[in-house]
Design a protein around this ligand. Structure first.
Ligand code: ADP
Ligand code: MG
Length: 717
């Protein structure tokens, strides 16, 4: 595999252009694969007239609207580049609220009426598209307004070409809005939240004497977990095909008890698939870096180098898409569901998050000087305050049916949001809180007796794998995301709530500085107050321990186990206020999201429950009955009796599930009540059917059992 040029990627992160555009500013020589399918800054510089290139970069840097002549020139260059690379169609590539990416392909060629065709693609087509918004979820916005919507080019995320064995497609990252200007997608609020955070952070940086940074970018580096299984088994399992997870399956005799999979050597077919996936991603400019086996059998992880949140989120969507496509070329299916196999470790997505300036400074990096450390502690304190205040919202931002099997169940991470700071940092904040910093000499660091912070380990060492929100040396790692999720919403939330906290602290600091107090003296009481008020959210122990749950409750922390418990925090007064104050989501936009998520929850569980009932009745019950006949024929009375009993309770459970599935038995007038019904009534009914089925799986003749078993699915590589 061609070497990914990490250095360049990293160097490009926070330069004004690299930061704004995200595209690593590489010179793409012919023999280099990285970004070869990306309309990167380097390509733009090569292909755009000099003044157009310059004006485009300026417009982007200032965040201004593009004028049409500029758009026409860019469209022209983009089209020529795409046609040369074999593209025949283009699409506005966007993220509706379904969480998956949407595409509507249009041909570059328009008939001329003289029997020939002309490649047509101007600024108009580049800037704006018109997919039928009525086919995407819009929540309340659809009910009261026209269903029409439009997609708008996001010039800050680079266009790219998706190759297919039979052609290529130019993808133009876009935002998706209603004609009334309301966001119908995940990108618009993310961009708005990045702007909000930038403003707040720049305001704060000025107080620390940083006059050069013009913009702050939030950054994201996701670690994606997934399963690869043989496609034959996938297609023999209607539950996997329709719901992405197995609704039945007894625990195999061998699980991850032997711990032989994690970081084990990667089997050849899997490695071949990974290599091709990575090559495809590298062409698309996704800076993939690591791969390894995960805890469960057939479970793996892929992680890129971090990028700005907008580009990183687009790239994450692309990564999931490419992983699924490439897997099929190897007779594999890539499962992104949070919990494809009961009793086996599920899949998540660690969301590494930080803030960096356009001058290349990471605001969550403890520095080498007392001054840098003050700045670091300020931003760190803002994160602590934000996470404590908005625990419920953070939990809501990652809620989904798949997540209910992980969070709040017996798996990592727990549904209780808490922060792991690491022993050193906790000590530092503890000392500040106790006022031990008070009598500091000018050269000491807040009176801790050292000129600078004790070096905080960046890797290994001080780790807490059980924490849902951990400081890991120079970034926070929000570990509770689900493996199939878009990164956009949780990052939108993080950016917005931290923007608010930064402003809050900055205002206090401004007031203190007005009195002529020196920076360190002004900051000390603010840090002290912030930590004292918010330290209940800080927890360094084992998040799985039952004692923690009791302690968290005593501390007044939320423990929102299920999606219907969590989603109301998306629309409570505090959330509505912070989103509207920062111009990220209006109350209507927020409510429409809430409705869409509830609707999706209900729909997905309905599909699962109906699939479970159908498999049970039409596949498993007949198999069990046939097996019973075999036992009877062989005059194995005792065994037949046992089996008959299992079958009887299985049949009862099926009937109960079918009754629970009936529409007339479900509350329809209130979406939240409906979601709660799905959780409280349907899930236990499905579990009961499954429990009976899994017992039968262990006694029914293997050749009669119609579903591939866990042992096959999980261990064939
Ligand atoms: P692990 O969590 O397995 O120890 P690493 O520490 O190597 O992994 O980093 C994990 C992820 O964190 C990578 O995707 C990396 O790009 C990302 N990351 C590193 N620095 C930052 C940052 N400043 N902002 C956002 N993500 C970051
Ligand atoms: Mg990690």
């Amino acid at each position: 595999m061609p070497r990914i040029r990490q250095q360049n990627v990293l160097a490009a992160q926070w330069t004004p252009n690299g930061g704004a555009l995200g595209a690593p500013d590489l010179t793409v020589a012919d023999n280099q694969v990285f970004g070869s399918n990306v309309f990167s800054i380097a390509i733009q510089r090569q292909r755009l007239p000099k003044d157009v290139f310059r004006r485009l970069q300026q417009t982007l840097a200032r965040g201004e609207a593009l004028d049409t002549s500029l758009a026409d020139a860019v469209a022209q260059a983009m089209k020529e580049w795409a046609l040369e690379r074999g593209a025949t169609h283009y699409t506005h590539w966007f993220q509706p609220l379904t969480g998956i990416t949407a595409e509507k392909h249009d041909s570059f060629y328009a008939p001329t009426g003289e029997g020939t065709a002309l490649a047509e693609f101007s600024g108009k087509e580049l800037i704006q598209g018109e997919p039928d918004a009525s086919s995407f979820p819009t929540g309340g916005i659809r009910a009261t307004f026209e269903a029409r919507g439009y997609t708008a080019w996001d010039p800050t995320s680079p266009a790219f070409i998706l190759e297919n064995p039979n052609g290529a497609l130019l993808c133009i990252p876009t935002a998706f809005a209603s004609w009334t200007g309301e966001a119908l997608d995940h990108k618009i609020p993310l961009l708005r939240s990045m702007d909000a955070l930038s403003k707040s952070a720049i305001r704060a940086l000025r107080l620390f004497g940083d006059a050069s940074a013009q913009r702050v970018f939030t950054t994201v580096g996701p670690e994606q977990e997934y399963f690869l299984i043989d496609e034959q088994y996938f297609f023999e399992r209607p539950d996997l095909v329709t719901t992405g997870r197995t609704l039945f399956g007894a625990k195999p005799p061998k699980g991850h008890e032997l711990d032989d999979h994690y970081f084990g050597s990667i089997p050849e077919r899997i490695l071949a698939c990974m290599l091709e996936t990575e090559r495809e991603l590298v062409k698309l400019g996704v800076p993939v870096k690591t791969r390894h086996n995960e805890v469960a059998p057939n479970q793996y992880e892929i992680a890129p180098i971090f990028e700005n949140s907008n580009v990183g989120s687009d790239h994450q969507q692309l990564t999931m898409q490419v992983m699924q496509n490439v897997a099929r070329r190897y007779g594999l299916v890539c499962l992104l569901h949070e919990k494809p196999f009961a009793g086996v470790n599920g899949s998540g997505k660690h969301n590494n998050w930080s803030m960096g300036t356009d001058t290349g400074k990471n605001l969550l990096e403890p520095g080498d000087t007392p001054h840098e450390n003050l700045e670091f502690l300020f931003f760190c304190a803002a994160v602590i305050q934000a996470v404590n205040k908005y625990q419920g919202l953070l939990r809501a931002s990652i809620a989904s049916p798949g997540q209910d099997h992980r969070l709040g169940a017996n798996e990592a991470p727990p549904a209780i949001i808490s922060i792991f700071l690491g022993a050193e940092l906790e000590k530092v904040f503890g000392a500040i809180e106790r006022g031990e910093a008070g009598e500091s000499t000018p050269e000491s660091f807040l009176g801790l007796g050292t000129p600078v912070l004790p070096p905080l380990p960046m890797h290994g060492g001080d780790r807490n794998r059980t924490s849902p929100f951990a400081f890991t040396g120079n970034k926070f790692e929000f570990r509770a995301l689900g493996s199939s999720m878009s990164l956009s919403l949780p990052n939108t939330v993080l950016n917005t709530i931290v923007a608010e906290a930064i402003d809050y602290l900055a205002e206090e600091l401004e007031d203190a500085l007005k009195g002529g107090v020196e920076l360190e003296a002004a900051l000390r009481p603010i840090l002290q107050r912030t930590y004292a008020d918010n330290k209940r959210i800080v927890f360094g122990g084992d998040n799985y321990a039952p004692e923690w749950h009791a302690e968290a409750e005593a501390r007044g922390l939320l423990n929102l186990r299920a999606t219907p418990d969590a989603l109301p925090y998306l629309v409570n007064d505090e959330t509505a206020a912070v989103f509207s104050n920062y111009g990220v989501l209006s109350e209507r936009e927020l409510h429409s999201r809430y409705e869409v998520f509830l609707e999706q929850y209900v729909t997905k569980l309905n599909i699962e429950a109906e699939t479970a009932a159908s498999i049970a009745r039409t596949l498993l019950l007949p198999a069990a009955a046939r097996h019973l006949a075999v036992l009877n024929e062989a005059e194995l009375g005792e065994l037949a009796g046992e089996t008959a009993e299992l079958i009887a309770s299985f049949a009862d459970a099926i009937k109960a599930l079918e009754a629970a599935n009936l529409a007339e038995n479900q509350p329809h007038d209130d979406l939240l009540a409906h979601a709660a019904y799905m959780y409280d009534a349907l899930i236990p009914a499905m579990a009961a059917v499954r429990e009976a089925a899994d017992k039968l799986e262990k006694v029914v003749a293997d050749d009669l059992w119609p579903l591939p078993k866990y042992a096959e699915i999980l261990f064939i590589k």
